[in-house]
Design a protein around this ligand. Sequence first.
Ligand code: HEM
Length: 130
Amino acid sequence: MLEYYPEIRSIHIAAVVVSGSLFAVRGLGLIIGKRWPLSPPLRYLSYTIDTILLTAALLLMTIVRQYPLVHGWLTVKVGLLVLYIALGIMAFRPGPGAGVRFGLWTAALLVYAFIISVAMSHHPLGYFAA
Ligand code: HEM
């Protein structure tokens, strides 16, 4: 599997870009009061991309032999992923007004950007590493 490392890494990164962009656009649609962001085709597209992202993540983990709870940057990454998912669920749930939804959506995107910095630096503090 080692020989496929560059391809799997590219798939992981591409899925990160598409998943984050889709979340950003759907969230924006909900904030301005549209219903299309919750349509089944977009929801299933999002689940599919996230499944690809996580499958590639698990393959990369075994290739580079670095694991959550063993390596700090991956522990932080997975912890922040859980936070991102929780914020995303709250942002997409019916109920909150546009202001609260905007706050949750912004917080989720900031967490997502920070996860990328943790991944790129291989450091738990990401952007904030000395
Ligand atoms: C359970 C979730 C995840 C795991 C276990 C995981 C694991 C990994 C691993 C092992 C690598 C390869 C590092 C290397 O080549 O040495 C990687 C790369 C990367 N991951 Fe993830 N990942 C996860 C989720 C995410 C998420 C949600 C994002 C974005 C928000 C992300 C962004 C990236 C990026 C940008 C890289 C490329 C870093 C670089 O080498 O420049 N990952 N990930």
